[in-house]
Design a protein around this ligand. Structure first.
Ligand code: BG6
Length: 300
């Protein structure tokens, strides 16, 4: 692996520095006129994004472990090649990309001043015992006044593979009980909360509000979603492409207590809105084809 000193030597972009972050993970720190951000090469995981003059947009748990073979709790975990529980026993939930050490492919300054960081993971080069087929993945972070995150994965093998995944973004909110999520009115969802009544065709009526555990997969929707946060006095807009399912998740009280890497009271300060390829929106990735999933985050 390239050292910190080599990475800094090779990077000529002003305002970009490679540092040793939490858990000694190598991180890219970005500070430009529009925003500051931190991206960990472990997991290709963005930990922080603060547009100029604003508060932090991403939630990070104070109890997150920054340990290899464990996911980071907060920021934007990348889930792939499966979303949710593993299809094979003994494998981790949400796939293994968020548990892998990624390489720095490029750091660029774009013409408008935004900084782009490209991290890559190649199944032939990396030690990935769980990779059942050859692939080349890139995570592309564009940090300006908005944050754009793209996962692009090419199937380098000879056979088609079924994949699911998500950009599992944790947003920081003032008080989850007071926010509302706009943009999913009339959309059908699957309720994944344990013991939730399994009815055919849950339909979202109006905005989403929170007064209990939420683990809902909205189907057949490509629409933007807005998180209206009166406490922080802001609206976060979440746009996406390459995704026809949106996951909204908050663990609420009991699940928060059951999660060792999440503070008991932290459910109050976060909500996940995920650009997903989940359930019936799983994808068949043909040989030689690149699958692209993007989420774009801005404040209004
Ligand atoms: C959400 C799932 O996307 O991620 C939930 O819908 C899950 O069911 C949550 O609990 C967190 O997953 P993990 O593996 O990061 O604890």
């Amino acid at each position: 692996m390239t050292t910190l000193a080599e990475l800094n030597q090779n990077c000529q972009v002003p305002g970009v520095k490679f540092v040793s972050g939490p858990g000694n993970f190598i991180c890219v720190d970005i500070a430009n006129e529009s925003a500051t951000a931190r991206i960990s090469t472990y997991g290709a995981h963005i930990l922080s994004f603060i547009p100029a003059g604003e508060r932090e947009l991403l939630f990070m748990s104070r109890k997150s472990r920054f340990k290899e073979a464990e996911p980071i709790r907060g920021g934007v975990p990348v889930c792939w090649p499966w979303f949710g529980p593993a299809p094979v026993d003994g494998r981790p939930a949400h796939g293994f990309l968020r548990l892998a050490q990624w390489e720095v492919e490029a750091v660029l300054e774009l013409s408008g001043g935004a900084v782009q960081v490209v991290l890559s993971l190649d199944s032939e080069e990396a030690d990935l015992p769980m990779a059942d087929f050859p692939f080349h993945a890139e995570m592309i972070f564009t940090v300006g006044s908005t944050l754009e995150i793209t996962l692009a994965v090419r199937n380098c093998g000879d056979e088609a593979v079924e994949t699911s995944g998500a950009l599992h973004t944790y947003f920081s909110v003032g008080a989850v009980e007071k926010i509302s999520i706009h943009g999913l009115d009339g959309v059908i969802y699957t309720d994944k909360v344990p013991n939730a009544p399994q009815v055919l065709g849950n339909v979202q009526r109006g905005d989403i509000r929170f007064n209990g555990e939420v683990d809902w997969v909205y189907s057949d929707t490509a629409d933007a979603v807005e998180i209206v946060d009166p406490e922080f006095g802001r609206t976060i807009r979440v746009e996406k492409s390459g995704s026809l399912s949106t996951v909204v998740w908050n663990p609420w009280i009991d699940k928060a207590k059951a999660m060792a890497d999440f503070g008991d009271d932290e459910y109050h300060q976060m909500v996940c809105v995920e650009a997903a390829n989940a359930l019936e929106d799983s994808r068949l990735l043909l040989p030689g084809v690149t699958q692209v999933l993007t989420q774009k985050i801005s404040i209004r």
